[in-house]
Write a protein that binds this ligand. Structure first.
Ligand code: MG
Ligand code: ZN
Length: 218
């Protein structure tokens, strides 16, 4: 019987992820891995960010879904070059999938490569894809307790974006509680409060991304 340890598979993933990261850096591309539950507003956040991004910064997107291409179609509708990965049941993306998808992207003419991961707060935490930034999205509708229940994904993110803040009057989501949780899990991480519906907070997030992109180019 041949037994393959999960640790070995993850090590192979990490190796490929490092190669992806180096390739993106060589091309001056800032790669962002967007993670969060199904329905937290990842695609809507992308639409809001791209609407405010200066025309001099060209984004491209890799969409990860178990099935279908509805998010990729939304990107096409707003004129963003997109590659769809269908994982056929797998609940997260891996570095090898990103390497394959990146072949379909003109990296020389891209400044920001976004990966919208499969909606999942659990195993997406364990897979480095070769990103420079990992952004975790948490919507107010999900509850501030998610930081306590799924600490790994928050711990391993560079920023937390709290979405759907326009719903705060109707929910008992405690922003201060979520901020405190993030401070405890990832003290270096930035926290943004955003409503894609009203546009609140989007400019601040875009500003931070632009700074990160400039740093990636140096
Ligand atoms: Mg989506
Ligand atoms: Zn998974």
């Amino acid at each position: 019987m041949k037994i393959v340890a999960a640790k070995k598979i993850l090590k192979a993933n990490d190796q490929l992820a490092s190669e992806n990261r180096a390739e993106f850096a060589r091309e001056g591309v800032l790669c962002v891995n967007l993670v969060g539950s199904p329905g937290c507003g990842k695609t809507t956040l992308l639409e809001a960010v791209f609407a405010q991004l200066a025309p001099t910064l060209s984004p491209s997107v890799i969409e990860g879904d178990i099935a279908g291409q509805v998010d990729a179609e939304r990107m096409e509708r707003i004129g963003i070059p997109v590659v769809q990965i269908n994982t056929d049941g797998m609940c997260h993306l891996e570095a090898s999938m990103i390497a394959a998808a990146a072949q379909g992207i003109d990296l020389k003419n891209v400044d920001m490569l976004w990966i919208e991961n499969v909606g999942n707060l659990v195993c997406t935490a364990g897979y480095d894809l070769g990103e420079h930034l990992r952004i975790v999205v948490l919507s107010t509708a999900e509850g501030d307790d998610k930081l306590i229940k799924y600490p790994a994904i928050f711990q391993r993110s560079d920023a937390l974006v709290i979405t759907k803040t326009d719903l705060l009057p109707y929910l008992n989501f405690d922003v201060a509680q979520a901020r405190a949780g993030m401070q405890r899990l990832a003290p270096e991480a930035r926290v943004f409060e955003v409503s894609a519906t009203t546009g609140h907070g989007v400019a601040e997030l875009v500003q931070w991304l632009v700074e990160k992109q400039a740093a990636a180019r140096d």
